[in-house]
Design a protein around this ligand. Sequence first.
Ligand code: B12
Ligand code: SF4
Length: 625
Amino acid sequence: MSVSLANKVSVSSKIANQRFFEYLNRIKAEFPFDNRVTLIHCPTFNFDSFNVEVAKNRAYYAYPPTGLQCLKAVLLDLGIQVDILDLNFLLLERICQGEPVDPLDLRSILDEYFDSHMVSVVGVSAGVIVSNIFGVANHPFPQTLSYLMEKKDCMVLAGGVIANNEWKNLLKSNLTHLVLGEEAENKLTYVLKYLMGKETGSPMQGIFFKCDGEIGETSGEKDIVIFQEDLIPAYDQIKIESYNQVGCLSPFSRMVGPEQVYATVQLVRGCRAQCTFCGVTPFMGSVRQYPVDNVIREIVYLVRERGVKHIEWLDDDLLADREAAIELFRKMIDLDLGLTWAANNGLIASFLDQELLKHMVDSGCVGFRVGIESGNDTILKKIKKPASKQSLRQASKLLAQSPELFVVGCYIIGFENETVGQIFDTFKFSLEMNLSWAGFSECQEVRDASVDEEFEADHQEGSYKRVTDFVPSKETADRTINARDGEQGSIFILPKDSVPSSENLHEMWYTFNLLTNYVFNKNLLPGGSPERFIRWVTILQLSYPENAVMRLFHCLALRLSCQDEKAVAQYSRAREILQQSDYWTRRFKQFFLDEIMENPPKNKLEAQQTIKQMRDRFWGVVEKL
Ligand code: B12
Ligand code: SF4
């Protein structure tokens, strides 16, 4: 790894560093470094809304711990022995393989490991979907950290996006000895070299600590990680061939078949854009690229030696260097690896062009997300999205030429002070873009450390800012939204110049999702591909087994593709859910779906008519917006 440094150390900063070294010396004396480090990957699913059926369906995320593997790769260069303990994988594996009495019991896994391993340094990564770690009970990240701190026999380090956002609160709560901010290869190397008594080089900023009750940050140069290491040795303890047996990466990884062994790969760190709502640029800084040949070697290793059949890019801006991306795809094509790939983290739509798209398809791309965010030019400008409606329309035309790709457009609603009218623009634009699917999410501020002043008061009063899932239906174990009677009203009567309440926003999310993805889905139109719709919805149903709307539209799509027996099964399941659930009964009435349930189509022609009638009815409303 080469290190690039910026900014000079100021004289006053020496005091902060003196305190840091004073603290580090104490820790070093308390836990003499034995050349062994364990890195823990915390569960990435929400313990509060945990649903055992979803876990057994292998629908929770099971990402390999790539960030920890990168750290391991640089520590191996220092001759340190590194274990990676993937708690997410182990927990999901235990649930998928048996019927554990307490499926969320982390302690037994930690006990089993630490009873047989003495380690002087343990690093923990907060890999959980709920980022308000102090706002929910039973959160695995603080649970794991307090387990380790209570043991009092190792130095504890925290890192990753959430630790970065919560560093002050973690230190205040004595949940860790140090927090290493942002990308941590250089900072971890620095701390461990110090513990080993090796030459460390200049101090760098971004290491957070608490000395004698006072919280501080090291000062010095800002390090920029330029990752050049070989990641292959860091796969030694990762059971990559089993991750698909306990979870998934995204609907794309399920779409290619849940039995396909998958892995994740990265070409670029950082992003060219600086969208105001996104933490990527502040967290990762500038765009940096891995050597293309290293990435190719990793892919070849994964395919040929570990049996991987599908990869997903972790990049925020995979196409940042167009020529490098083309070189990469070309090499993948030449190697003829029989591999599929997807970019669930998203591509920037306005940077797509015909040549790139061709290389993507030929190298195995099955689909990707594109960040569209808004259908209102004022909002697009305000959030500094590198796109306009015009450039997005061009992308939509380009994408229409590759119908084999499943492209999900991502939209955000509820930006600060965004009006109902502006949000309607996004909804109408999602219909105009006419992609395979629309992923709506509600804008949420991911906490940052500067809000610590309110932490204690908020924490005590239980009003600590709630940052939950960006998709409201994932907030509850039964996947309902605005479930109480009376919370579901028409969003179309909201004044266009008003700013919606959070309930209204949830309701808008619900309505847009229903209309764009189901009622107006292009694959349910004559000339569309109901089979593609069926494949996607089948995967979504693994996460939403009790969603009656999905059942009904799955039934309609099956009728369109003349799979009548299966259609009857979906219809019957929808009926059962409705019989048991007031929530779904109300939702069906609200959108006149109860009428379809009373008179369900019996064949392809009737299904086409049903869908057309439904569209005509809603189009009247949409047109007036
Ligand atoms: C895969 C992924 C997920 C997976 C989990 C992956 C995992 N292994 O845990 C899932 C789908 C569960 C997920 C959930 C969420 N994610 Co996410 N995710 C990603 C994605 C696409 C790749 C992550 C990755 O592997 N990166 C590559 C490695 C090299 O980087 P890294 O993991 O960050 O690791 C480095 C540092 O963080 C640090 N580090 C990490 N762990 C540790 C541990 C220790 C001890 C130390 C010292 C350092 C350290 O050092 C590592 C090497 O530099 C990134 C985008 C991206 N390109 O990074 C978004 C990203 C990190 N996610 C993001 C968000 C917002 C979330 C959620 C909050 C969304 C939500 N509300 O649900 C949650 C929070 C989860 C979390 N991890 O903190 C944002 C973060 C923005 C920000 N800075 O605030 C990103 C950047 C996406 C985006 N474009 O907005 N995510
Ligand atoms: S393009 Fe995507 S990753 Fe880049 S800053 Fe904008 S939202 Fe973040």
